[in-house]
Design a binder for this molecule. Structure first.
Ligand SMILES: [Fe+2]
Length: 390
């Protein structure tokens, strides 16, 4: 992302970035050449701010995009996964395989059969994990693979549902486990929606959309006929597309008449669907996804549930570029403990704008004198112009 900012001359020392256009005096002499590093100029030409003001220049347009190369950024991201993947790869893979299996059984026999029991047990295991180490939520989606989209999405929604349930009713393990189970199964009705509708690129026709929407009712029917009677699980499956304002489906329920279970699942489902795009062409960071959900929370979601989402995953998820209070810049690589407000940061540029030694990790959980000053996307606030690259 390219971020330009019109900076007050007196505040230039606070910024790191390059001058966007030549700044010339009224007599034509070059005061600041285009492309120069503002910090380097300030250091090598003391008094430059006075000179600028003398010529009536009070603002300078800077390109404040952080200059971490794509290569560096990818290297950091690659390192993130092993550091924060607290969710056992085998546990994740097992769950994905089991959800896959359940879908296959439904397509073949119209019922979950034994899959229901296996998945319920898996849900209990996942709930244990997420309760013990909530930071696994920071890496939701990193195990994603396009072929397995539905199954990985189910795993993520399960984890998020369980986690949010735990936040909303602390200590109620049974509730959290049921919600995880419901999350794993929430879209099972899609097993009965034709593949060409599910995978159709582009806009669905009216008729196709109706077929798609039917997945919530199919899911409810399949779950009941498979012997699932837990009302929490059934609500998640049937009502996760209901919206606060009453414009959802299939029952058009509104506000608190939507069961809490379904309100939780709605938030988890949308959040994961939005962030899923990051692996494909159109990445949405967790921060962006949370702000989108916040924006529509008036009409679409239960605000109490959204608040929990914001507190848990919305602040500084892994991969967020952040500036710390000492002006160093780095990428969030995870959270060491349960305090997601104080993540670990892989610092790439130190407080003086120099490249930090490779592998510099600052753990805000330990270094209480430092804090996150802003996330990279906050830089965009008040900018004159910004554009997404690529
Ligand atoms: Fe759905």
């Amino acid at each position: 992302m390219r971020v330009l900012k019109d900076v007050d001359v007196d505040e230039l020392h606070l910024f790191r970035g390059r001058v966007v256009e030549d700044v010339v005096s009224s007599t034509g002499s070059l005061l600041l050449p285009k492309g120069s590093e503002i910090q380097a100029v300030l250091e090598s030409v003391p008094g430059i701010t006075k000179t600028l003001k003398r010529w009536g220049v009070y603002k300078v347009m800077l390109d404040v995009s952080f200059n971490i190369s794509e290569e560096d950024f990818n290297k950091i991201i690659e390192n993130i996964e092993p550091k924060i993947r607290v969710l056992e790869a085998a546990l994740a893979q097992n769950t994905i395989t089991q959800v896959d299996e359940v879908y296959r059984r439904i397509s073949e026999n119209g019922s979950l059969g034994e899959g229901a029991y296996m998945l319920a047990r898996q849900a209990a295991l996942l709930t244990e994990e997420v309760t013990r180490a909530p930071q696994i939520l920071l890496c939701l989606g990193r195990v994603r693979d396009s072929d397995e989209y539905t199954f990985v999405h189910s795993l993520n929604v399960g984890l998020l549902c369980g986690y949010l349930a735990g936040r909303l009713k602390p200590g109620d393990r049974e509730f959290a486990a049921s919600m995880t189970y419901g999350g794993l199964l929430h879209d099972l009705g899609k097993a009965k929606v034709p593949q060409q509708v599910l995978n159709k690129p582009g806009k669905l026709t009216e008729k196709e959309y109706e077929m798609m929407k039917a997945h919530s009712i199919y899911g409810d029917e399949i779950a009941r006929s498979s012997g699932i009677s837990d009302v929490r699980v059934l609500s998640v499956i049937r009502n996760h597309h209901e919206r606060w304002g009453g414009h959802g489906y299939p029952d058009g329920l509104q506000k608190n008449s939507i069961p809490l279970f379904a309100r939780i699942a709605a938030v988890a489902d949308v959040f994961d669907a939005l962030t899923a795009k990051r692996v494909y062409k159109n990445p949405l960071s967790s921060r962006e996804a949370v702000s989108m959900i916040l924006e529509s929370s008036e009409n679409d979601f239960d605000k109490g549930v959204v608040r929990e989402l914001l507190l848990s995953v919305g602040l500084y998820p892994a991969g967020t570029l952040v500036e710390l209070s000492d002006f160093s810049v780095g990428v969030v690589v995870g959270a060491r403990n349960t305090d997601l407000f104080r993540p670990q940061v892989s610092v790439t540029i130190d407080g003086k704008g120099r490249r930090a030694p490779e592998g510099t990790i600052v753990d805000l959980g330990l270094q209480q004198d430092l804090f996150v000053r802003r996330a990279l996307d906050d830089v965009g606030k008040g900018v004159a112009y910004s554009e997404k690259a690529g």
